[in-house]
Design a protein around this ligand. Structure first.
Ligand SMILES: [Ca+2]
Ligand SMILES: [Ca+2]
Ligand SMILES: [Ca+2]
Length: 599
């Protein structure tokens, strides 16, 4: 109950000899630089700050910080793998020696006439071999083997050259790995955006704005019986209404611009591209038009996202929304977590239904751990707090703290959308501030969800905390560090989406080695020879994969089952009588049924 919380907090305030006459609800504000706003917006922000100054902390309560993560710099080198060029005849003779017999398992010929080998093992063994070659007067060259990739994928949006921040966070490389708005189970990916609304008419946003299809808009009824009347386009937690875009939203345009960074429709031939091309953004308006912008609007907005996800889980995807991330480019300056226990606890509630949150830290040049900032100081491990780096990846004025600010993303010169009515001819704008860095993180979370293996999605459904920690570590352990940031955040680096994908890919390859085969989902195995004379066959497939085979006779009885590999001869250990059979093959989770004639 907000009322009882107010009472409790007032009691605490009195007991602490703090300011009992101050407002009992904290003021929230958009995490953007006043300089990037219109003059009216600057006035609004200044007013916010002057009221906010009433809330200077009078004591610094003990803080609970999230655990820092182990950081490793991602390299392009394939671990323990080297390319070697050496005389084939010499190396063959060496491999015959008893002392180097184990070499044959580590060194495999890749091209005999060129003398190209791949070595898998420790470099010291390779150095010994090199010394041996040099003693014999044989040339021996080796190098680490590197990952290669296609040279980036760029969408056709005409303003892409103005979006250099997308290159800074490696999006063109990342998009090579996937551009879908669904995960590998085909579930739509939804990101909740807690902000000042979203322009549902914007031509570069509207396809990517979530709608509640079970709700009929503006009939005054709660058609889907979820407790919210007319919540077709999300929810206005500030006013407790269904209006998520109002005159105030148009005036400030903040939430619309945040949404553009996160998920403006990519590759649609107009405007800009979001971090993720296809996604569903759920607008949640957290500011009230009726009075002070108290944090109750944030709590009510977050509750809506939480309830929609919970409903999605409980209905097995039939109702609600598959919210995977929540963006919060709003906050309270100079406030500590002990002063906002209700707000901070919401990140753990979101985590319990598998939602990772991205929060923007303050734009003030302060150590938030000493001076306070919400949500930066909320201790949840399911919250990733973002500060501002320039396009050169160097520190830009914003809040910092080595325990509570997790990483940086570009928050300067962020070209994005603005409400259509502000500039109908070209509704785009350059924005600045941590507000526009955070959606790069929430967008990355959504994008990673579009490419991650089913094994991860299965883990998420049974143990969301473990799954969230995995993804958090993929993102935090893959940043690009530099000295200007190393005392500014937990990681001391800038978001690198493709590097995070590499971390994710390594984990998925370990737990689900065939997960990449989902990408050839449209391919079906081809059985040959058919008819067969010797009762053996192969299943041709674009890649070698385990395949589960069941063979039925014409009356439907199972006559043979087994596990084999595609593109290899499958020999039955029993003789079948001549006739027609049905072969069921399961490759990468997909069943194919083929008829097979045995002569
Ligand atoms: Ca409803
Ligand atoms: Ca309705
Ligand atoms: Ca576009």
């Amino acid at each position: 109950m907000p009322g009882s919380d107010k009472t409790i907090r007032r009691v605490i305030f009195i007991a602490s000899f703090l300011l009992v006459w101050s407002l009992s609800v904290n003021l929230i504000h958009a995490q953007s630089l006043p300089t990037a706003r219109t003059s009216s917006e600057v006035a609004w922000s200044s007013e916010m700050r002057s009221i906010g100054e009433l809330f200077k902390p009078h004591s610094i309560p003990p803080q609970i910080y999230r655990k820092s993560s182990a950081i490793a710099i991602v390299s392009n080198v394939i671990p323990n793998t080297y390319l070697v060029r050496v005389s084939t005849s010499w190396i063959k003779s060496v491999m015959l020696e008893p002392t180097t017999a184990n070499l044959s398992s580590q060194l495999k010929c890749q091209d005999e006439s060129f003398g190209l080998y791949r070595f898998v093992g420790v470099e010291s063994a390779l150095n010994e071999l090199k010394a041996k070659a040099n003693l014999a007067g044989i040339s021996f060259t080796y190098q680490p083997e590197h990952y290669i990739h296609r040279r980036s994928l760029k969408p056709n949006d005409p303003f892409l050259p103005d979006q250099q921040y997308l290159d800074v966070i490696q999006m063109p490389l990342a998009w090579e790995q996937g551009m879908a708005g669904v995960n590998r189970y085909g579930d739509t990916l939804v990101v909740a955006v807690v902000d000042d609304g979203m322009d549902t008419s914007h031509p570069d946003l509207r396809e990517n704005i979530w709608v509640n299809r079970k709700e009929i808009p503006w009939n005054g009824k709660d058609d889907d019986n979820n407790g919210y009347t007319d919540d077709y386009w999300g929810w206005n937690g500030g006013d407790s209404t269904a209006i998520i875009f109002n005159s105030e939203s148009i005036f400030y345009g903040h939430g619309t611009s945040v949404a553009g960074v996160l998920g403006a429709r990519g590759n649609n031939g107009i405007g800009v591209s979001g971090v993720i091309w296809q996604v569903k953004m759920m607008p949640l308006l957290c500011y009230s038009t009726k009075g002070a912008d108290g944090e109750v609007g944030v709590v009510r907005s977050v509750l809506y996202a939480y309830r929609q996800k919970k409903r999605w889980i409980e209905s097995l995807g039939k109702e609600g929304a598959n919210v995977v991330a929540l963006n919060m480019s709003v906050g309270i300056d100079k406030t500590f977590a002990s002063e906002t226990p209700i707000w901070c606890a919401m990140f753990d509630s979101l985590a319990s239904v598998g939602i990772i949150s991205a929060g923007a830290t303050t734009n003030s040049n302060i150590n938030v751990e000493l001076e306070g900032d919400i949500p930066s100081l909320c201790p949840s491990d399911a919250l990733i707090v973002t500060s501002n780096a320039g396009l050169n990846k160097q520190y830009v004025t914003s809040g910092y703290g080595t325990k509570s600010v997790d990483l940086s993303a570009p928050g300067d010169a962020v070209f994005t959308v603005t409400p259509l009515q502000n500039n109908p001819g070209s509704p785009y704008i350059n924005e600045s501030g941590t507000s526009f860095a955070a959606p790069m993180v929430s967008g990355t979370v959504a994008w990673l969800n579009s490419v991650v293996c089913k094994h991860y999605l299965d883990l998420m459904s049974v143990n969301s905390d473990s799954a969230i920690q995995l993804m958090r570590n993929w993102i935090l352990s893959s940043v690009e560090t530099n000295s200007s940031l190393n005392t500014r955040s937990v990681t001391g680096g800038v978001l690198q989406c493709f590097n995070a994908w590499k971390k994710m890919d390594a984990w998925c390859m370990l737990h689900e080695p065939t997960y990449g085969a989902d990408d050839v989902v449209s391919a079906k195995p081809v059985l040959f020879p058919n008819p067969s004379v010797d009762q053996s066959f192969e299943l041709a497939f674009p890649m070698s994969m385990p395949v589960t085979v069941s063979i039925y006779d014409a009356s439907g009885r199972v006559v043979w089952t087994g596990v084999a590999n595609t593109n290899e001869k499958i020999e039955l250990n029993r003789k079948l009588t001549s006739g027609l059979y049905y072969v069921n093959a399961k490759v990468g989770g997909n069943f194919t049924r083929m008829t097979w004639i045995v002569n």
